[in-house]
Design a protein around this ligand. Structure first.
Ligand code: BGC
Length: 329
């Protein structure tokens, strides 16, 4: 045979080989999913996958929406879903809950991630033991979690920043309250906000406080800020109850000149926007975060590959679109 013919034969054989290899890889994934599923059923006779959702705080209106989304999806995919969270925001309690879920050998963990040296190894321990972990709402980016489901938080901070610029005419002395200094989401929102504000010479952030995602603490922090920095004329809260806390502080101190911006669409926040007491809020989609986390976990059980990040929708709501904006259940 001539060299050309040999080359052709080699090319055709390589093509066939690549095709067979790709088919094998796809079938292997499907079989893996099936085996995992059958294994689950075999262990205790037809039991559904047991999944745990670990929240930042139990009985919190924001996390109730995440729960609802996760429950609806779990029902659809025939999984058994449990949810737990600390009574008050506490990283130690979240770690304890993670450890308990690992000890219970659950089939999957969906957890609000924290960016801390003590937190990441516990996620990694679960993954190393074969338990898939997804982070929801807040990422633990250096951990071995399969995927993160939630807001693109840097982008969210930027979007709210642009709204602050527009509403204040690019002139503002700003106090910020963040929900937590161990949650990456809150730090990214702050960074996003800063990245916009620092482009304008007449805008500056003079102080940043932490509310521990509590409305009461947001009131305390905001009052302290407004007393210590009376020149503040704009306040931004980056977790769900901060804006309403700031509003209460503003009323307590009779500082109606302070413009308030917040996060999320809690009922009180939306009513205050309608009345013109809060200027705008960055609305996330916690229901979908819960729903999509369970849906992606189901994809994993089916042997499908997961994206590294799955961002849910965000939108800025002010008085002009408060009726028509995204409404999470
Ligand atoms: C954040 C959550 C936080 C919640 C509670 C939301 O904006 O995304 O991480 O738990 O606020 O205040």
């Amino acid at each position: 045979m001539s060299d050309k013919k040999w080359l052709l034969v080699v090319l055709v054989l390589s093509g066939v080989f690549l095709f067979l290899f790709a088919r094998f890889a796809v079938d292997a994934q499907a079989i893996k999913g099936l085996v995992r599923h059958l294994h689950g059923e075999e262990e205790s006779g037809k039991r559904p996958f047991h999944v745990i959702l670990i929240e930042q705080q139990q009985d919190h209106p924001y996390w109730k929406m995440v729960e609802q989304g996760a429950l609806d999806a779990a029902k659809l995919y025939g999984m058994s879903l449990e949810y737990h969270g600390p009574i008050r925001n506490s990283m130690e309690d979240q770690i304890e809950l993670l450890d308990k879920a690992i000890a219970a050998k659950v089939d999957g963990i969906i957890v609000q991630g924290l960016n801390d040296n003590k937190f990441t190894p516990v996620i990694n321990k679960a993954v190393d033991l074969g338990i898939p972990v997804l982070t929801v709402d807040t990422d633990s980016p250096t951990s071995k979690r399969l995927t993160y489901v939630g807001t693109d938080n840097f982008e969210a901070g930027k979007r709210l920043g642009h709204k602050v610029v527009q509403a204040t005419g690019a002139s503002a002395t700003i106090g910020v309250i963040i929900g937590s200094d161990t949650a990456e989401s809150q730090l990214l929102r702050l960074e996003g906000l800063k990245s916009v504000v620092e482009r304008f010479p007449d805008m500056q952030i003079v102080v940043v406080g932490v509310s521990d995602i509590s409305r009461m603490e947001a009131i305390v922090q905001a009052e302290m800020m407004l007393r210590d920095y009376p020149q503040i004329n704009t306040m931004v809260g980056t977790s769900a109850l901060d804006a309403v806390g700031i509003l209460q502080a503003r009323e307590n101190l009779g500082r109606n000149d302070v413009a308030i911006f917040g996060f999320d669409d809690m009922t009180d926040t939306m009513q205050s926007i309608s009345k013109g007491d809060i200027v705008a809020t960055l609305v996330q989609n916690p229901y979908l975060m819960g729903y999509d986390s369970v849906r992606l976990l189901n994809d994993y059980y089916m042997g499908r590959e997961l994206p590294k990040e799955h961002f849910t929708k965000i939108e800025v709501i002010d008085r002009d679109n408060v009726q028509t904006g995204v409404k999470t259940p």
